[in-house]
Design a protein around this ligand. Structure first.
Ligand code: GRF
Length: 219
């Protein structure tokens, strides 16, 4: 069966989101702000973290969003952890599960359960630089461009259909830190925008892996 998300006949007025964070949560904050500023019609049902010290949890609490912490240490294996996490998420019956700096690799079973409803933001112009240390690798390669990608999550790491990308030119004097700052600024614009497209019924997941919608955003 081909999973579909939010076709024309399924348009959502108020998108239900569950957001997963591990750290600082600047993208989470951008989504919260977009909702508060009424640029995005959505409800964040819960923010869930594997890290009890994630600052993203503080941001969620400040916005009166329910939070949950699921520490991996108490689970014997990834599959058990992911199964518990998946059950918690499924209880919310969200329209979209948003990975926002969630630093765990999710098991195939988890991904398959939510395929088409699970998105991630990655700090590179995929398919370039999947994985970690994208800024360092881009600068070491003398790359001319960098940016960020929002994509559907599939079992293969950072390889799912790309929904949208935002690009910048790498300056000769860019450092890893400056490139990170500049890219993350783009992320905080792009992620709420893509989620809004979901709320507007503009994004459909295709199992064939063809990006249905690519909007390069340069400013
Ligand atoms: C972002 O740069 C995102 O691309 C990557 O993790 C980082 C999370 O940042 N997946 P934050 O926690 O949203 O500030």
């Amino acid at each position: 069966m081909q999973p579909q998300l939010l076709g024309d006949d399924q348009k959502k007025q108020n998108l239900k989101l569950v957001i997963l964070v591990s750290g600082y949560g600047s993208n989470l904050q951008a989504i919260i702000d977009a909702i508060l500023q009424q640029k995005l019609t959505a409800t964040i049902q819960a923010v869930i973290s594997d890290n009890p010290n994630a600052y993203g949890l503080t941001r969620a609490k400040s916005a009166s969003i329910p939070t949950k912490v699921l520490s991996p240490g108490t689970y014997t294996c990834r599959e058990t952890y992911d199964h518990t996490l998946a059950d918690i998420i499924a209880d919310y019956n969200p329209d979209l599960i948003v990975l926002s700096g969630f630093m765990r690799i999710l098991s195939d079973q988890f991904v398959q359960r939510f395929i088409g409803k699970l998105i991630n933001i990655h700090p590179s112009l995929l398919p370039q630089y999947p994985g970690l240390n994208t800024y360092k690798r881009a600068i070491a390669d003398g790359a001319k461009r960098h940016g960020c990608s929002v994509h559907f999550v599939i079992p293969e790491l950072d390889a799912g259909p790309i929904i949208a990308q935002s690009a910048l030119a790498i300056d000769v004097d860019d450092t890893i830190e400056s490139l990170k700052q500049r890219t993350q600024k783009l992320e905080r614009i792009l992620y709420p925008k893509v989620i809004r497209w979901f709320a507007e019924g503009k994004v459909i997941y295709s199992e064939r892996g063809t990006p249905i919608l690519i909007h390069p955003v340069t400013k």
